[in-house]
Design a protein around this ligand. Structure first.
Ligand code: PLP
Length: 387
């Protein structure tokens, strides 16, 4: 019996190493990674720049705490601010922690305005993490069950329903923020409409709410821009990210601008490890690689190619009800549940994911080549055709 708490139903495979888009198991079998450790290894496995940065920093300094200045943390905050249009950054160790920081900023922002019980608007089907506040913000009753009492102060609205948000504004003077994923990932790859997001931005301005986006999964190049909101014609007040930022080292970031950036002062929030020299050196190497190696253009091209190959497969196409997502965050909703598909893919040497019961989710490394993208797409098409 494993000594681990069984919080995950794990697949029967253990990997020993990886190279680029491939992982190798302890028996020496090779797998094409179509999931990147759940949108984490954007630069694939053993990326030379990231590996060198980790090795170099490990030989100098791993941790000092945030009681002192941390050079790589300052540098990373500046780079992320430049990339995102934000002004300031708080570092934690995961997506959930990045979101906790955002939730605390929203609440403190409310208290600063004299609102004693500040509320945050969140969406049905959202996923924001597993800590108590982020679980409460998550719109999935199944994963909340058994953990009540949940954290109060969240008001839920249906996705892409502007009128519902307007009604909430009319009926709830205590709302201080809107918080959502631009593309709901764990909930089945459901993008929010750009028009909806632009209208929510305008409503937030009108109401004095913070617009906060959870880009834990969509950030760091996953959708073809550094953040998914970029190119939509607006800037949020707060953005959270994690996953791809460290390519596997645990890091989360909460970025903010304007009033939101000025909310936290000494003692308001903290993390012993958050933004330590090792993880920030790794993340700086990630930033350099994604901004410098034409990775973002590759994301768009390979995303389009994978979509095309799968949807033009004559045997697979009739089983596909809808294709959703952007860049290399793709969901293929099938006309039936496919509980055995991940295991079948594993046996065929492919790592994929199924979410919401019937949606094949692909999150391959952003550096996937054309040949590898074809190999993944043809393999997935065959699996869907065989259902
Ligand atoms: C959109 C989003 N937010 C938050 C999280 C939680 O991140 P973590 O597991 O690093 O705490 C996830 C993880 O899947 C996510 O997809």
């Amino acid at each position: 019996m494993s000594a681990l708490m069984p919080t995950y139903a794990r697949l029967p495979v253990t990997f020993s190493h990886g190279e680029g888009v491939y992982l190798f198991d302890t028996e020496g079998r090779r797998y094409l990674d179509g999931i990147s450790g759940i949108a984490v290894n954007g630069l694939g496995h053993n990326h030379p720049g990231v590996t060198a940065a980790i090795q170099d920093q490990a030989g100098k300094l791993v941790h000092t705490s945030n009681l002192y200045g941390v050079g790589p943390q300052e540098e990373l905050a500046s780079r992320l601010a430049e990339i995102s249009g934000m002004e300031r950054c708080f570092f934690g160790n995961s997506g959930a922690e990045a979101n906790e920081a955002a939730i605390k900023i929203a609440r403190l922002h409310g208290h600063n305005r004299g609102i004693e019980k500040p509320a945050i608007v969140v969406l049905e089907n959202a996923f924001h993490g597993r800590t108590m506040a982020t679980l409460s913000a998550t719109g999935n009753r199944k994963i909340q069950a058994g953990f009540e009492p949940l954290v109060s102060g969240f008001i839920r609205a249906p996705r892409n329903d502007l009128e519902a948000i307007r009604q909430i504004a009319v009926n709830n003077p205590d709302v201080v923020a809107f918080f959502a994923e631009p593309i709901q990932g764990e909930g089945g790859v459901h993008p929010l409409d750009e028009d909806y997001l632009r209208s929510v931005r305008a409503l937030c301005e009108e109401q004095g709410w913070l617009m906060m986006l959870d880009e834990v999964q969509t950030g760091n190049g996953r959708t073809g821009t550094w953040f998914a909101y970029q190119g939509m014609g607006f800037t949020p007040d707060v953005v959270t990210t994690a996953k791809g930022l460290g390519n596997g080292v645990p890091i989360g970031a909460c970025l903010a601008r304007g009033e939101a950036a000025a909310t936290f002062g000494p003692g308001h929030h903290g993390s012993t490890y958050g933004g330590n020299p090792l993880v920030c050196a790794a993340a700086l190497a990630v930033v350099e690689a994604i901004t410098g190696e034409e990775v973002l253009a590759n994301v768009e091209q390979m995303g389009a190619l994978i979509r095309d190959v799968i949807t033009s497969d004559q045997a697979a196409a009739p089983r596909i009800k809808e294709v959703r997502g952007r860049g290399l965050m793709l969901g293929f909703q099938l006309d039936r549940d496919c509980p055995g598909l991940v295991q079948e893919a594993l046996e065929a040497g492919l790592l994929i994911n199924v979410t919401a019961g019937n949606t094949v989710r692909l999150l391959p490394p952003l550096i996937i080549s054309e040949q590898e993208a074809r190999e993944l797409a043809e393999g997935v098409a065959n699996l869907i055709a065989g259902l």
